[in-house]
Design a protein around this ligand. Structure first.
Ligand code: TRP
Length: 447
């Protein structure tokens, strides 16, 4: 084992870091946006079910493989008996993590640009403030992505305990406080109740649509950071005396809980915006979705607040940037851990090499935004993540030695063999999750 490997210092340290990874733009923006578009509470229900029956078992597979092998997604297949044939899965994971980090840093850069827009507006520098959010400026897009990338690299060079854990433990409480404060504020505004009703009333007619289920599954995988080796490598940094099924469940609950909570911010905020004159329905009568929620509707809402507007904008976009940062570090950690464990590079060097290489990918994505961006997002998140998740299930369920799996879970949970968890989880990773994932692909392709 490389001496460069780290370890989380405590259970709470791991929970903060893993929740920090899981809770990101996917929760605060992706989830509410999808819920608004896909039948409100109907989507929420499907999402919660899939999170627990498909995503949680895959999450447990990653944690177990990681902690057993004490390695990253590539190295694990070198170490575990029978893994050689699955090594391509490891490389796919490193590729997927890099692509996801590549586009995530671009979006996170935009969040950061709105933080600076608010700061310059407050200071009265209106021209610079305007430049910060000029989406047509390549220089603007590249600079903010670059600053965000450097922040991520800075944290990653600090290592597991003094980088990932320390910053997650600082930033996650801040995120939760800001989120709650904003929910309270928004719910007191005119129009909020209309948004609440929209969010909580289910339109079940949308569930029959295979696309809804695929979106919900993709969202669940993305939100729990699965299928690229993030949770696998985080698992490798958990102490042996920790109870994996329990901390896995805690992180899943935190992730689903924050997504659900964010719905109480974003959807009511859209209707508050409407009450103050902002258009929230697109030309075809559907609710505005995707990037336009965050970069059009909400900024217009902040503008309508007058002098306090920039302060609210500052707080909101700081929330988004923090959420993004604790997630982006977990993406960069995938290739970095591979380089440290298997290529024997030191952490700083590994961070520089991968950090800057992926930055180059981000630049390409910015330059060819129209053709490339959506394509890379869908290849990485709708295809690579679930396929790799499926292969990890097959590996732990059918290839890896049962006693090794059980032995790993027993560390930190000696009675696991007789638990409800162990009665059903092996069947989930062996059969149920793979079949569900395949079924969902089938419906999307041929349904
Ligand atoms: N889960 C994070 C979010 O919701 C994003 C994320 C972090 C991620 N690490 C990942 C997504 C690995 C996919 C794979 O924003």
């Amino acid at each position: 084992m490389s001496t460069e490997r780290g370890e989380f210092s405590s259970r709470i340290g791991f929970v903060m870091a893993a929740a920090g990874s899981a809770i990101g733009l996917g929760n605060i923006w992706g989830f509410p946006g999808q819920a608004a578009q896909n039948g409100g509470a109907a989507f929420v229900v499907v999402y919660i079910i899939l999170s627990f029956i498909v995503a949680y078992p895959v999450f447990m597979a990653e944690l177990t493989i990681g902690r057993y092998s004490q390695s990253n997604i590539v190295g694990a297949f070198n170490i575990i008996e029978g893994g050689k044939k699955f090594k391509f899965v490891g490389y796919m994971g490193v590729l997927a993590a890099s692509l996801i980090y590549g586009f995530y840093a671009v979006i996170a850069g935009w969040m950061l640009s709105y933080v600076f827009n608010a700061i310059f507006t407050i200071m009265g520098f209106n021209e610079i403030a305007q430049w910060c959010i000029d989406s047509s400026s390549l220089l603007r897009n590249i600079s903010f992505m670059g600053v965000f990338g450097l922040l991520t690299m800075y944290i990653i060079t600090g290592g597991v305990k003094n980088g990932i854990e320390k910053w997650s433990a600082r930033l996650m409480p801040a995120l939760i406080i800001i989120l709650i404060a904003m929910i309270i504020y928004v719910s007191l505004q005119e129009g909020a109740m209309k948004g609440l009703a929209f969010y909580l009333s289910p339109d079940f007619s949308k569930i029959g649509d295979g696309k809804l289920i695929l979106s919900a599954l993709g969202q669940a995988f993305f939100s729990l950071s699965l299928g690229v080796g993030t949770m696998l490598v985080y698992g490798s940094y958990i102490r042996k005396n920790e109870n994996l099924p329990v901390i896995g469940a805690l992180v899943t609950l935190a992730d689903v809980g924050i997504a659900f909570m964010a719905g109480f911010l974003i959807i009511p905020a859209m209707f508050v915006a409407q009450a103050s004159g902002v258009e929230i329905y697109a030309a075809d009568g559907s609710l505005i979705a995707g990037a336009n929620i965050v970069f059009q509707v909400l900024p217009e809402l902040f503008d309508s607040l007058g002098a306090v507007g920039p302060f609210f904008a500052l707080i909101f976009f700081a929330l988004m940037t923090i959420a993004a940062l604790t997630s982006s570090i977990s993406m960069l950690e995938v290739p970095v851990a591979y380089a440290v464990d298997d290529l024997k590079l030191n952490r700083k060097k590994a961070t520089f090499i991968f950090g800057f290489t992926i930055m180059a990918i981000s630049v390409v994505l910015i330059m060819y935004m129209d053709v490339l961006f959506g394509l890379v997002v869908s290849i990485a998140t709708q295809w690579l993540q679930p396929i790799i998740g499926l292969l990890l299930c097959i590996f732990i369920g059918w290839v890896m030695n049962r006693n090794q799996v059980l032995g790993e879970l027993k560390q930190g949970y000696p009675e696991v063999e007789n638990s409800f968890f162990y009665k059903i989880w092996p069947w989930f990773v062996r059969v149920i999750c793979p079949v569900l994932i395949l079924l969902i692909f089938y419906t999307t392709l041929f349904g």
